[in-house]
Design a protein around this ligand. Structure first.
Ligand code: CTP
Ligand code: MG
Length: 181
């Protein structure tokens, strides 16, 4: 398979996991998931992880998967490789896994004394990928193995931090995020 096909499939297969974080930034707010609770004097998760942002991110990620399924036949018709379809379960595991990874990262950030919004290189860029892929693997191992071959996984691990940093800098410049990471 050519490099273009590998990058295209990697990006396509991860879109239902990529969009939720941005959706959470746009639609987040309201009561935090941790309800303000602390552990050893530090917030469990912080005000940056809200019910609304998590629900909106998950719902929009599932919608992305359904939308990609709808446009897939005409794209595959024009390509000499196949973009994978997303079973509904996979739409959910990719989207919710991404949100969960981001939440777990906040938990780790608070335990290590980082305030809300503080940067944690590598964790910030890959938390959502790891949990989205892990959850998808656990729930639909067959689909996972078929779609996420080793070259695709390696490409995802290289591509994601680059995309993540680019979109966050744009969101920062647009005034949607307080920090450019
Ligand atoms: N957001 C949300 N719910 C989530 C994730 C994100 O409401 N589950 C919203 C919040 O408004 C958050 C913004 O998206 O402030 C940016 O997300 P992120 O950078 O992940 O959060 P931070 O505020 O930087 O907090 P943390 O340090 O915990 O990552
Ligand atoms: Mg942040």
């Amino acid at each position: 398979m050519g490099i273009f096909a590998v990058v295209a499939i990697a990006f396509w297969a991860m879109l239902p996991a990529y969009i939720p974080n941005n959706a959470a930034v746009l639609f987040g707010g309201g009561p935090p998931i941790d309800g303000g609770r602390t552990w050893n004097g530090k917030r469990l998760l912080g005000d940056g992880k809200t019910w609304r942002g998590t629900a909106a991110g998950t719902a929009i990620g599932i919608l992305v998967a359904l939308l990609l399924n709808a446009i897939r036949p005409s794209l595959n018709h024009q390509l000499d490789f196949m973009l994978p379809a997303f079973p509904l379960t996979v739409g959910f595991t990719l989207a919710f896994g991404a949100m969960l990874g981001d939440i777990l990262a906040s938990f780790i950030k608070r335990r290590s004394g980082r305030e809300r919004g503080a940067a944690f290189p590598f964790l910030d860029q890959l938390d959502f990928v790891v949990v989205a892929l892990l959850l998808t693997f656990l729930v639909t191992p067959g689909w996972f193995r078929q779609t996420f071959t080793l070259p695709i996984i390696v490409t995802v691990l290289i591509l994601t931090p680059l995309l993540h940093i680019t979109t966050n800098v744009i969101a920062y410049l647009l005034g949607l995020k307080n920090e450019p990471y």
